[in-house]
Design a protein around this ligand. Structure first.
Ligand code: MRU
Length: 366
């Protein structure tokens, strides 16, 4: 998508042809900076500290991180060690494991001498595939927005609520939850997005609002607690969120606070859709309560970062010294609260049968 008239992906090969360059998301929206990753340690650090974040993008970053690791040690032991190391950086998004397993399948059978080149090629393919997958999610999701728009009075926008950032910045391009929105906007439909700020790290206020704004999509930031009120008063036509892991039965792990939005949507009969690439489905996990939930640092809750009037960026304490904080980074929305899944192969019910109808190759042998 575009930033200041220039098309960007979130990850690309740096000018030296070997290092990997990413947009540093910890600096947005106040500064647009990129960071060059030269080693597997730097790639792991970028994933852990959320310089890169969002389920599909951490998978892509891990794939390139593995290529960087193999430059130093392409042996069988080096491959296994790097995969384990990258995999442990964030526990909830299954895309990380998925991307590393895709890499392993290609690399493990090869001689060490040819692994580095093959790793770069495969990582690039995973990135290209992610772009096409997210584009397809948008094409399928567009139909949902068009259906709502058809019932509106002329000139009235379709109001869509989203949580966290499941935008192009969280993927390689397009985004998952935002892809239908970009497709609708680009087609000339009137859309307006309610952007949950998404405490504690404010991915909504800092990232989703940033990318929607740069693409010209009308949007309004709301505090996390406002969503229920907006739905009660008829201001939300549709919720679309992303996810870090969907289990076989259709349960959905996503950024903390998603569950509360799904409850409010259910109570107010607002359709609640989850947009996802199939790489986010954990076919081996039977239900969402088995998903490991990342617990992040208390300082993310106890502090906030923002821009001062002089343009400098500062971090401030927002609680009295000494108060502890808990910071579960994700929650699980039960499948029964989800209206449907928007995937690269179409839209399905949020059930095992629904998923299998789109991905019949995943049917269990009886
Ligand atoms: O902790 P984050 O910012 O990586 O969490 C991101 C989310 O929860 C997204 O909604 C999810 O990864 C989907 S991204 C297309």
């Amino acid at each position: 998508m575009n930033i200041n008239g220039r098309h960007y992906r979130t990850i690309w090969l740096a000018a030296d042809g070997q290092s990997v360059e990413v947009i540093d998301q910890t600096k947005l929206p106040h500064r647009f900076e990129t960071v060059v990753l030269k080693t597997v340690d730097e790639a792991a650090h970028a994933i852990k500290t959320m310089q890169v974040r969002g389920a599909p993008l951490i998978g892509a970053a891990a794939a390139y991180g593995l290529a960087l690791a193999l430059r130093a040690d392409p042996s069988d032991a080096g491959l296994a060690k790097a995969i384990a190391f990258l995999n442990e950086q964030r526990p909830t998004a299954v895309n990380l494991r998925w991307a590393l397993e895709e890499m392993r399948k290609v690399l493990a059978p090869l001689q060490p001498a040819v692994r580095v080149a093959a790793a770069y090629t495969k990582a690039a393919t995973l990135c290209d595939d992610d772009v096409e997958t997210c584009r397809s999610i948008g094409v399928h999701g567009l139909a949902l927005i068009e259906a709502v728009a058809a019932k509106k009075k002329p000139g009235q926008p379709v109001n869509i609520l989203t949580h966290c950032n499941a935008g192009w910045i969280a993927c390689v391009d397009w985004g998952t939850a935002t892809s239908p929105i970009y497709h609708a906007h680009d087609k000339g439909l009137s859309v307006h997005v309610w952007v949950d700020e998404t405490r504690p790290r404010n991915q909504g206020a800092s990232l989703t609002a940033f990318e929607l704004g740069r693409h010209g999509v009308p949007h309004t930031i709301i505090v996390d607690n406002a969503g229920g009120h907006m739905m009660q008063h008829g201001h939300v036509d549709l919720c679309i969120v992303g996810t870090d892991r969907v289990t076989r039965n259709g349960d959905v792990a996503n950024k903390i606070g998603t569950y509360l939005k799904a409850l409010a949507a259910h109570d107010n009969k607002v359709p609640f859709y989850v947009a996802l690439p199939s790489s986010t489905i954990d076919w081996d996990m039977t239900d969402g309560f088995k998903i490991p939930i990342e617990e992040r640092s208390a300082t993310e809750v106890l502090q906030m970062t923002g821009r001062l009037p002089d343009g400098s960026v500062a971090t401030v304490d927002i609680a009295a010294p000494g108060s502890p904080a808990a910071n579960p980074a994700f929650d699980v929305t039960p499948a029964r609260l989800v209206t449907g899944f928007i995937t690269e192969r179409g839209i399905s019910a949020a059930t095992e049968q629904g998923l299998i109808s789109l991905f019949p190759e995943r049917r269990r042998a009886r």
